[in-house]
Design a protein around this ligand. Structure first.
Ligand code: FAD
Ligand code: NAP
Length: 339
């Protein structure tokens, strides 16, 4: 890597979907492993913090991001194993997730259909164990490769190592900010067995993987704002998981409250978008900033006037406070405040 690959005072606004003004002290685009290794060495020599982004679809970057920001564009897809039933495919971390969904479907490798149109990179997918319509990354995950930001050591993680949970993993929990995920290996099926358990997909009868992908794209486009036109970071709050008794007591007062009991039988997931809507905030865009819960899906906070992270955060806090005041439930942001 030549030293000139590292740029300084880099405008991050085009590199994330919420469009907050943000400047990185230094930034480098990871195009291959040698760039990654040299950039880590350089940052260590400078005693500088390092952080990584993919497509910036789940971050709220602050006005100034000190240290070296790595923009992951590591590319490559390789078949690494197969049987009569399955295909193991190793994908570099900088590959576009939605591109991968289309590519695998076209090869006859199935299992990713419900995860179509999720923005972002493959390397970020394990970070919050991306999920949609009843399918999560962990359902098709085999292993990943990562580099320790502090030591440069490479390590392979299996599923148990990743500690996947609901929109959670070790990379968002105790090891947040420690690893750069360079590749992910998925185990896909040779047989198309659609998962239509979620309401919006329940009436479909897809004959092919491509048909199901098309339906998922249409459902998503009908209610989610396209970040290229209306800046947003997807669901701004994670659906809260609360004690089942608390949830059932709330349902007495609000019979329409959408509750989804968890596998342990002791808790229930509550739809945070519904709570925000019932707090009267769907489409409530702040007059001075335009920031607010999207009119077609209240869980998505939009930032149409490309305002600063601090304003997004304070609007998010107002929304969380209003939900807490009405229902006594705490909702917490899903995206990472960056760095
Ligand atoms: P970034 O936003 O760049 O980074 C997110 C976090 O991961 C940061 O903490 C970053 O440091 C870390 N990170 C990024 N790359 C790496 C890496 N290689 N190694 C280690 N850490 C890394 N999410 C869902 O789960 N389901 C959905 O259906 C969904 N729909 C969305 C719809 C819209 C319109 C938008 C804007 C977002 C949606 N999201 C959804 C959230 C987002 O798409 C995912 O979280 C996605 O995986 C983020 O990928 P990214 O490359 O943009 O990550
Ligand atoms: P939706 O269909 O309006 O459903 C609202 C909420 O109810 C969802 O959050 C979902 O939980 C939950 N839900 C619905 N049916 C369920 C079922 N059968 N079992 C368990 N939970 C159920 O949601 P949406 O906003 O249009 O999103 C559709 C899917 O895309 C969801 O899975 C959502 O997570 C995903 N998505 C995620 C993001 C993000 O940024 N994280 C953004 C857009 C869409 P879950 O969220 O747990 O699935």
């Amino acid at each position: 890597m030549s030293r000139s690959s590292i740029r300084t005072q880099v405008d991050l606004q085009p590199f994330h979907t919420l469009a907050c003004p943000s400047i990185a002290e230094y930034a480098v685009t990871l195009t291959d492993d040698s760039v990654l290794d040299s950039a880590l060495t350089w940052a260590k020599e400078q005693g500088m913090a390092v952080q990584v982004i993919g497509e910036g679809s789940n971050i709220v970057p602050l006005d100034y991001v000190p240290g070296l920001t790595m923009i992951n564009r590591l590319s490559g897809v390789r078949l690494v194993g197969q049987t009569n039933e399955h295909i193991d495919v190793r994908v570099s971390g900088g590959v576009s997730w939605h591109w991968l969904v289309l590519f695998c479907s076209a090869q006859g490798w199935y299992g990713l259909e419900n995860l179509a149109l999720i923005p972002g990179t493959v390397g970020a997918a394990p970070v919050q164990n991306i999920g949609a319509y009843g399918v999560e990354l962990c359902d098709v995950f085999l292993q990943l490769e990562a580099v320790d930001i502090h030591t440069g050591t490479r390590r392979t993680f299996n599923s148990a190592d990743c500690q996947f949970g609901y929109r959670a993993s070790v990379f968002k929990g105790k090891d947040a900010g420690r690893w750069i995920i360079t590749a992910v290996t998925l185990r896909l099926s040779r047989f198309f067995q659609p998962n239509l358990s979620y309401g919006p997909l329940a009436t479909l009868q897809p004959k092919t993987s491509a048909q199901l992908i098309q339906s998922v794209i249409e459902v998503r486009q009908s209610k989610l704002p396209n970040p290229a036109l209306i800046p947003n970071a997807g669901s701004f709050f994670t659906n809260p998981i609360i004690q089942l008794e608390q949830a059932q007591a709330l349902q007495q007062d609000y019979p329409a409250l959408p509750l989804y009991p968890t596998a342990d039988g002791k808790h229930a997931k509550v739809a945070a978008g519904w709570l925000i809507e019932q707090a009267g905030l769907r489409g409530a865009y702040a007059p001075d900033t335009g920031i607010g819960p999207y009119e077609k899906q209240a869980l998505v906070l939009i930032n149409p006037q490309r305002m600063a992270a601090s304003l997004v955060m304070s609007r998010a806090q107002e929304i969380a406070d209003a939900v807490h005041a009405k229902f006594g439930i705490a909702i917490t942001p899903e995206p990472r405040f960056f760095p």
